[in-house]
Ligand binder design. Structure first.
Ligand SMILES: N[C@@H](CCC(=O)N[C@@H](CS)C(=O)NCC(=O)O)C(=O)O
Length: 326
């Protein structure tokens, strides 16, 4: 992480846990908006902002899905880091379909944080919404960035969808809270638990939430109301990583997704939506998670699992990295 603008330690997935070994996630430090609610007068302009993402990362993937659903892909550039986490965290290498940083010429993601704030202290996480004009970070919190894309870009957002419709916000917030604590972050709490007790608690939360989703989705198409909302984006990013990474590496192996037929059918339905499919690079997800040396010292990436629900992605793209086969 960065301490006073200097990269202070080798990258490690857990820099904070409580006395019982429970993983604690850092709070995001840059929380501005775009448009009238912006503290620093960021305004909605095509070509002004760049979104830094990792295709392994569920939080970054939320923002990618929102970007595509809102039709902002021509207005905002995307720059994807190498999926593997090294001693200096995320890097721009151009390997495996990832990008070089054409806007700032950075080698590591932590340089983006020190460009914005030369004395920054904290982890250099993705996603980051970067402003080319003021050379600063607008926001590094995915739930805010989803709302920025949903609400702040006005006519530049050509996608005809409201991810947080008025009237559903209270229910969206309630379900989001449950999903975040028990599922999105629940799998991380299991994977990075430092004690059996912390792991047991986390895994119980993960499977309780899968059970809740199964009963909801057996009688409804969406998690909140009768339409796709930001809550479905939140569920999707963890579901699509579940069998690929969390079941094995994070020890969430009580049951695979196939034990939840309504959840699996929902995942298949979401994968058929181009904005969701475009956010998924299965080989990045595997390479990235299995590069976490604290959990997988050998660095060996497993060959499986074969997942029939991901086959349409491979067929459509030519290969699993999202490049068209020669
Ligand atoms: N609160 C942040 C969390 C982002 C986050 O933790 N991203 C992970 C990748 S999945 C990251 O960049 N980790 C690097 C690190 O912690 O050093 C958000 O939702 O935007």
């Amino acid at each position: 992480m960065l301490v006073n603008g200097k990269w202070a330690e080798k990258w490690h997935p857990v820099q904070q846990s409580d006395a019982d070994g429970r993983f604690i996630r850092q709070h995001s430090g840059f929380r501005d908006r775009i448009g009238p609610d912006s503290a620093k007068s960021f305004s909605a302009e095509a070509g002004r902002y760049q979104l830094y993402v990792a295709y392994i990362c569920p939080w970054a993937s939320r923002t990618l899905i929102a970007l595509h659903l809102k039709g902002l892909e021509n207005a905002i550039d995307v720059c994807a880091v190498d999926p593997r986490l090294g001693d200096q965290g995320w890097a721009f290498t151009g390997r495996d379909g990832s990008d070089f940083d054409r806007v700032n010429g950075a080698t590591y993601m932590h340089e983006i944080y020190t460009l914005a704030d030369p004395t920054h202290t904290g982890r250099a996480t993705v996603p980051v919404l970067w402003d080319r004009k003021t050379r600063s970070i607008v926001n590094n919190e995915s739930s805010d960035i989803v709302r920025i894309f949903d609400k702040d870009f006005g006519a530049l957002a050509t996608g005809n969808i409201d991810l947080r419709p008025a009237g559903l916000d209270a229910e969206i917030d309630a379900v989001n809270e449950r999903l975040y604590t028990q599922f999105n972050n629940g799998v991380y709490r299991a994977g990075f638990a430092g004690t059996q007790r912390a792991y047991d608690e986390a895994v119980a939360d993960v499977f309780a939430t899968l059970g809740w989703m199964e009963s909801r989705l057996a009688r409804a198409d969406w998690l909140v109301g009768d339409r796709l909302t930001e809550t479905d984006i939140r569920a999707f990013v963890t579901l699509v990583r579940f069998d690929l990474a969390y079941y094995g590496l994070f020890k969430c192996n009580l049951r695979p997704l196939s034990a939840y037929p309504a959840v699996r059918a929902y995942l298949v339905r979401l994968l058929a939506i181009p904005a969701f499919a475009a956010s998924v690079r299965p080989e990045h997800i595997k390479a990235g998670y299995y590069s976490i040396a604290a959990l997988n010292p050998s660095g060996i990436v497993p060959v499986g699992p074969e997942l029939d629900y991901l086959e349409p992605l491979r067929t459509a793209r030519g290969d699993c990295l999202g490049r068209t086969a020669a």
